[in-house]
Design a protein around this ligand. Structure first.
Ligand code: ZN
Length: 454
């Protein structure tokens, strides 16, 4: 791969120039005024794919277009699907940007622009690595498919539908996503697990209007109390969710995972300070990191009932409601869990009120076995590019589109983030270390070689 390394070094400036071109297109998917720019950005990605020798197409959708690319067929070689997105978040508040968001510049080794790290800069690394292969070796060691969407920041609706209808076209052995961060500066990570989620709203309806708590109190059920009983009944003193069968399908943490997590430089006291709490709490028998990454949870996201103005008002409110969510882990099925939640809420409801569970929707979690050959291949590629073996991490959040790809295409999924925690994704002054951009390209180029050798 010496020729490739030389090519990467010789073209570093050209690569940066190309990234700047893409960063100058204000492709804000949420802003209807940017519709033309969205089309321009999609075209730019498709043209770039074509320029490096890929078959490429811009696929119109009900929303923003999807870009698809495919490398020249290599018989017998594994197929990797690269997922990324060309859309970006809005830029408000504009006055907090040191330099204009769509006028990229490098300051102190960092590229400043909206989309620099999320996800134009990271996505482009996987195109440039393929370019290096094709330019120097005249071939790629693997088959590459690119699926680059324009609606990641607004819910990926078109993509989910497209994937469901095109599982054969998108068939692959492994999915690669670079749209996140390293564990710390210079410490690369492979994220091999994501949590799923299910959300809903519980609405408790009592009397037909707010009532005098003196005149009526004692004779009817208070909806706020009924709601509080339901919510507190959903979780035990030991932090365990009380929905029947909730833990039945949970894939337990292996000894190796617990060991790896315990060895990560995560300081619980420092973490408490960071978020400003006097203590951590959660499911008994697990560390804070284990609970955040690999255990399911119940959270109340919002609560509404009764009088919230100045002073007191002695009423029995007519209504109470709460928005709640459960983070799920593999292999919990949102559908099965939802049934359990409904049954449990019904069981916990006091008489004398009407209780409704509304708007249930969810997405499953994702877990790639640590002994997957693709994890091993990525480890070698990352160690080569970053000069340091990656740590294995899971992510407490949910990335529904990645879970969809993983499930629909039934392929091992590798989340290889090149960014940093403080890259200001979604915030003013979004940035991406120039060095991380180059390391990402180098890791990607090596990854194709490592996967070919599986
Ligand atoms: Zn992103």
């Amino acid at each position: 791969m010496a020729a490739i390394e030389t090519y990467l070094n010789e073209h570093s400036e050209a690569f940066l120039k190309e990234l700047f071109e893409l960063l100058r297109i204000p492709s804000i998917s949420a802003d209807p005024d940017c519709a033309n720019d969205m089309a321009t950005a999609a075209r730019w990605v498709a043209d770039k794919l074509a320029a490096i020798g890929m078959k490429s197409e811009v696929i119109p959708t009900k929303g923003h277009p999807i870009v698809y690319g495919e490398s020249p067929k290599v018989d017998g070689a594994p197929t990797v699907l690269v997922y990324g997105h060309y859309d970006v978040q809005p830029v408000d508040p504009l006055d907090q940007w040191v330099s204009p968001p769509f006028d990229p510049e490098v300051r102190q080794g960092r590229i400043y622009a909206r989309g620099a790290t999320d996800d134009k800069g990271q996505m482009l690394t996987h195109l440039l690595s393929a370019q290096a292969w094709l330019q120097t070796e005249g071939r790629l060691p693997v088959n590459l498919k690119y699926l680059i969407e324009g609606e990641e920041e607004v819910g990926s609706e078109a993509l989910s539908a497209y994937v469901a209808e095109n599982t054969e076209k998108l068939a692959c052995d492994c999915i690669v996503v670079s749209d996140s961060g390293q564990f710390g500066p210079g410490q690369p990570a492979i994220t091999y697990g994501l949590r799923g989620i299910t959300c809903c709203e519980i609405v408790v309806q009592g009397p037909n209007r707010d009532l005098h708590s003196g005149s009526f109190g004692g004779s009817i059920t208070n909806p706020a109390l009924a709601l509080a009983r339901i919510l507190s009944g959903l979780i035990g003193d030991d932090g365990k969710v009380q929905v029947p069968g909730f833990y039945d399908d949970v894939v337990p943490l292996t000894d190796l995972e617990r060991k790896q997590m315990a060895e990560l430089p995560f300081d619980e006291t420092q973490y408490m300070g960071q978020v400003g709490v006097p203590d951590t709490w959660g499911e008994a028998g697990f560390t804070a990191l284990e609970r955040r990454w690999a255990r399911p949870t119940f959270e109340i996201n919002g609560l509404t009932s009764g009088y919230q103005g100045t002073g007191g008002k002695t009423i029995i409110p007519a209504r109470a409601s709460a928005k709640i969510s459960f983070r799920l882990v593999p292999n919990q099925s949102p559908e099965t869990i939802n049934e359990g939640i409904r049954a449990m809420v019904e069981k916990l409801a006091l008489p004398g009120v009407k209780v409704e569970v509304r708007g249930m929707h969810g997405a499953p979690g994702l877990l790639v076995p640590l002994d997957s050959p693709y994890v091993a291949a990525a480890s070698k590629a990352l160690e080569h590019a970053f000069g340091r073996a990656p740590v294995m991490t899971r992510e407490g959040g949910s990335i529904p589109v990645v879970a969809t790809l993983h499930k629909q295409l039934a392929a091992d999924t590798l989340l290889l983030g090149w960014g940093q925690d403080d890259d200001n994704a979604h915030s003013p002054n979004e940035r991406f270390l120039v060095e991380d951009f180059y390391r990402g390209i180098r890791a990607s180029a090596r990854l194709w070689e490592e996967i070919a050798q599986i």
